[in-house]
Structures are given as structure tokens and as C-alpha cells.
Design a protein around this ligand. Structure first.
Ligand code: BTN
Length: 322
């Protein structure tokens, strides 16, 4: 985003009350008339800015429409999303992120899209990403102390971060292994972790997250109507996408740092507490279908189940008929 405008928003966000035009012009090293022009630009983007003679300016409300400045308003992260690109429409934010990562985009760069015309999920499934209804974004991560074989743990780390963020709303969110966030037995969000690695070193990871937010039942794609849900459907309220992204990025950054510093152990515990159908009997499909009890998750991200003979199994890529 235009960096002066971002500085302007940051400055206003970090101040209680009004900031005078004079102070803004000194802090940002621009003229008073440039301050005025930037304010007008922000108003056009949908910011509600109060300007009072002899007092100054303050932001009252951010637009419920995404753009780079609104997405970064009040963003308190240290690095995740501090470099952020917003695109009205892309094929997939994953593709954009891979492209940027190959061109050395830094750790924490985030790409957000209004809509995706070719959004993709795991196993090359289509991910429906209609304009303005949800959050579709990809983050570039460059963990230097994680081995490629442990990269899948990042999906679990992100799932815990998202689930814990959603606890502030009146919803009972669960994590369905390996990459789904579930509300009342329906899918609310999905995570797609893609990695570029050499034999023993990760070059970068693209962590893609899609979350259905302001969809009504009618907005859900025909093929997922029975299986998917949105925050609006579950709570009856609509949400400001900027604020939800802000909260998600905060939580993901915090959990990621915990994971990098302390490893997966602590988070594994949290994951198990949030797991969908923990302790229940499920059907696992490998070469045949068999009954298993879900008992936890292994350190390396595999699902731990026990069969009817009491024998324990670790599942890496099995299909589960939940
Ligand atoms: C899944 O549930 O299979 C994962 C879905 C991941 C969807 C997100 S939306 C942002 C990013 N861009 C994509 O094309 N996919 C991910």
C-alpha cells in the first residue's frame, strides 16, 4: 500500500483522541495540504474520519470493504501482514503468494483477495471464494528451524490459532483433522499449506486460509450447501472482514512464534482439546473401511486412533468418514 497513507493510519490508530493536521504533517514529513489530500483519499475508501477545527482528526470507523489501508488499520502484529497486498480478484492467492515468494518476498507477507476465480483446496478440490463474503488469504512463511517433514504441523498450528480466535464469538468451533474448522458439524474454514523445499531445508511455505464469513445459506455453492456454513449463518450477525483478518493474523503470528520457539508439544495439547469427535468412534477408509476411536494427534501431525482390538494406529493421509 501507499506507505504514507499506512503511516497516517498507524499514527491515528495509535493515538487516543484527535491528532492535529500540524502534528501529522511533522510526523510524516509531508505538507498540511498533503495530509488533507490523504484524508480525502481515505474517506473515499470508506473510512469515517472526523475532522474538527483546532482539534484535528480521528478515525471513527473503518470501511466494511477491504482494501490495503483498511486491512492494516489497527493491525498490531509484529511482522505477519505488515507487508500486505490486496487484490480485488485473482485466480488464487496461493498462486500469487508462490510467485512473490519465488521473488524473495519476506516472511510474513500476506496476500488477500476480494474474490478468487480458481480458489483451490486440498486434493485439488475447488474452493468457492465469492467476492466480499469471506476471507481468502495466503501468508508467506520462512521457518528456518523446521524440517520439511514437520511442515504439516503448521496446518495444525494455524488451525489452533484460528479456533482460539473464534472463541471470542458465540460459536463452538472444532478442528477436524487435518485442515478444517468446523461449526455445528459443518465446515467454516479450510487451511491449505504448500511448501517449497530442498531435501532438508524449507525454502518457504504458503499458508492459505479460506473462511466463510458473511454468506447466507443462499450464497453457499450448490455443491457444499449441506456441508458448509458461515459465521453469519451460525450467529445471525455479519462481520467486518478487516477486523476478522486482523484478529486472525494476530493469533496466527502468536501461535507460529510459540511453535518456532517451543516446538509443537504445547500446541498439540491445545489441538487435542479442540478436536472434532475426540474420543468418539469414526470410520477410517484405507484399503477397507474400519471403525476406530479418535484418541489424539501425534507429534508429527498424524492422527492417532485405536481400532476395535485396542491396537493403536497413526494415520497420515487416510480418508476419514466423519
Ligand atoms: C481446504 O479446505 O481444502 C483448504 C481450503 C483453502 C482455501 C484457501 S482460500 C485462500 C487460499 N487460496 C486458495 O486458492 N486456497 C486457499
Amino acid at each position: 500500500m501507499e506507505s504514507t497513507r499506512k503511516q497516517l493510519i498507524d499514527f491515528l490508530s495509535n493515538h487516543q483522541g484527535y491528532v492535529s493536521g500540524q502534528e501529522l504533517s511533522e510526523q510524516l514529513n509531508i505538507s498540511r495540504s498533503a495530509v488533507w489530500k490523504h484524508m480525502n483519499h481515505l474517506k473515499k475508501e470508506g473510512y469515517q474520519i472526523e475532522g474538527i477545527t483546532n482539534k484535528g482528526y480521528r478515525i471513527i470507523e473503518i470501511p466494511n470493504q477491504m482494501n490495503e489501508s483498511s486491512l492494516q488499520w489497527n493491525l498490531q502484529t509484529k511482522w505477519l501482514g505488515q507487508s500486505l497486498i490486496y487484490k480485488e480478484s485473482v485466480r488464487s492467492t496461493q498462486l500469487v503468494a508462490h510467485d512473490l515468494a519465488r521473488k524473495d518476498a519476506k516472511q510474513g507477507s500476506v496476500i488477500v483477495a476480494g474474490e478468487q476465480t480458481s480458489g483451490r483446496g486440498r486434493m485439488r478440490r475447488h474452493w468457492d471464494s465469492k467476492a466480499g463474503l469471506g476471507l481468502w488469504f495466503s501468508s508467506i512463511l520462512r521457518p528456518d528451524n523446521i524440517e520439511p517433514k514437520d511442515a504439516s504441523q503448521l496446518t495444525l498450528v494455524a488451525a489452533v490459532a484460528i479456533a482460539q480466535y473464534l472463541e471470542k464469538f458465540p460459536v463452538d468451533v472444532k478442528i477436524k483433522w487435518p485442515n478444517d474448522l468446523f461449526l455445528n458439524g459443518k465446515k467454516l474454514a479450510g487451511i491449505l499449506t504448500e511448501m517449497q523445499a530442498e531435501q532438508d531445508a524449507i525454502q518457504y511455505i504458503v499458508l492459505g486460509i479460506g473462511m466463510n464469513i458473511n454468506h447466507t445459506q443462499d450464497d453457499l455453492h450448490e455443491t457444499v450447501k449441506e456441508k458448509a456454513t458461515s459465521l453469519l449463518i451460525e450467529t445471525g450477525e455479519s462481520f467486518n472482514l478487516n477486523e476478522v483478518l486482523n484478529g486472525l493474523l494476530m493469533n496466527i503470528e502468536r501461535k507460529y512464534e510459540l511453535f518456532i520457539e517451543e516446538g509443537f508439544h504445547e500446541i498439540k495439547h491445545e489441538w487435542e482439546q479442540l478436536a472434532y469427535k475426540m474420543g468418539e468412534w469414526i470410520i477410517v477408509k484405507t484399503h477397507k473401511e474400519w471403525q476406530a476411536q479418535l484418541i489424539g494427534i501425534h507429534e508429527d501431525g498424524a492422527l492417532k486412533v485405536r481400532d476395535t482390538d485396542g491396537q493403536q494406529h497413526e494415520l497420515y493421509s487416510a480418508e476419514i468418514l466423519w
